[in-house]
Design a protein around this ligand. Structure first.
Ligand SMILES: NC(=O)c1ccc[n+]([C@@H]2O[C@H](COP(=O)([O-])OP(=O)(O)OC[C@H]3O[C@@H](n4cnc5c(N)ncnc54)[C@H](O)[C@@H]3O)[C@@H](O)[C@H]2O)c1
Length: 347
């Protein structure tokens, strides 16, 4: 077997332990050898789970980068603390995978991506929704030409009462934004991925905060809720006329939640839940639902990590390169700017 790739974590909380650790564990040619987390208790728990010895646990990630020879750094800090660890890890000669959203501004995203290029290292943004079973199948439909050119998408990720009660999600200083950064980034990335990353031109959006900053049936502490929104809806226009209609919430009064992604193309259409392809066949408009999805049961985070390592081993390109995440970030920046100004903005 090829030399094992040595992985170090920066930030080892919920998503690291719950989704990234199993991804690395599933790869026999990789091992988690070091962990850095500013919260000593979290670092200790994570190290025990990953089988990392005490002398490879750090409360300062810079000490880890100085002391440990690493091939890969996996950054799972809150959104506002992605930039510095990613750039420092590149400077230390490591390849980097970072959780979504890449950053909290276009400028940060560009600096991080450039740092990867300057170091000549692989950079992937962990846009895990691309790698779930239905979304992998949908991309196969697109690549096989069944959908044609996608000119419109409706991206919906609505929680009725789902404000995160744990971690840093609702704290502005750590996360910058609410469901836009948490969920909106997933569905925007998925749309751009399916549509072939067309050039965005303008965004018009509204954002609301009516339910989450006061006592409610939800479990989070409303006093901690300092991000600007609990619900954002908008429309993105692209240079060649394509459009995305997007809506995402942690809390909103609608009859039911939604994770529905619908795409309309020149040859057909498709949606994720239930997985359906619609197109004309023999003079009929036919909905097709696969009986067997070859990707059924795939764990999206494990798949993203597997693909990252495959690209590293083969010299392939990043499964989610910084350039694609910069484009998503430009749209996100536009959503917040448009909502604050109350008018359409250029991205
Ligand atoms: N893809 C997904 O489905 C998904 C799901 C949840 C979270 N996330 C993303 O993962 C990131 C982390 O979220 P989480 O839920 O794991 O949060 P978390 O609060 O559970 O964990 C973050 C950890 O980072 C540590 N940390 C903060 N600053 C640090 C620093 N400078 N150096 C080292 N450690 C530091 C904290 O102590 C904490 O343990 C966020 O960007 C979030 O958007 C992605």
């Amino acid at each position: 077997m090829a030399k094992k790739l040595r992985v170090g974590f920066i930030g080892a909380g919920g998503i690291a332990q719950g989704a990234h650790f199993p991804g690395w564990d599933a790869l026999p040619d990789c091992e988690i050898v070091a962990i850095a987390d500013i919260a000593k208790g979290t670092a200790k728990t994570a190290a025990t789970k990953a089988g990392v010895p005490d002398d490879m646990v750090f409360d300062d990630y810079k000490k880890m980068l100085d002391a440990v020879d690493l091939d890969i750094v996996d950054v799972c800090t809150p959104n506002c603390y992605h930039k510095a660890p990613v750039i420092d890890a590149f400077k230390a000669g490591c390849n980097v995978i970072v959780e979504k959203p890449i950053a909290v501004s276009r400028k940060e995203a560009e600096q991080m991506t450039q740092a990867g290029h300057d170091a000549g290292k692989l950079f992937m943004v962990a846009q895990s929704m691309r790698f779930s079973d239905n979304h992998l199948a949908m991309k196969d439909w697109v690549d096989a030409g069944y959908v044609g050119d996608i000119y419109w998408a409706r991206a919906s990720y609505l929680r009725q009462r789902g404000v995160p009660a744990w971690g840093a999600f609702i704290v502005k200083e750590m996360s910058a934004g609410g469901p836009g950064y948490d969920l909106g980034v997933h569905i925007l990335d998925l749309c751009l991925h399916m549509m072939g990353h067309p050039e965005p031109v303008t965004v018009s959006a509204g954002a609301w905060l009516e339910l989450s900053n006061k006592p409610s049936i939800m479990k989070h502490d409303p006093k901690r809720f300092t991000v600007p929104e609990e619900f954002v809806a908008g429309y993105v226009r692209f240079a060649d006329g394509q459009g995305i209609s997007l809506e995402t919430s942690w809390a909103v009064n609608v009859p039911h939640g939604s994770g529905a992604m619908v795409f309309s193309g020149t040859k057909g259409g498709m949606q994720n839940e239930p997985l359906t392809l619609v197109r004309e066949e023999a003079g009929m408009l036919v909905n097709t639902t696969p009986t067997i999805n070859p990707y059924a049961g795939i764990a999206s985070h494990s798949e993203e990590i597997r693909l990252f390592v495959e690209a590293l081993r083969t010299g392939g390109s990043s499964p989610v390169p910084g350039e694609q995440a910069i484009m998503t970030q430009r749209i996100l920046d536009g959503l917040y700017k448009s909502a604050a100004k109350g008018k359409e903005v250029k991205v």
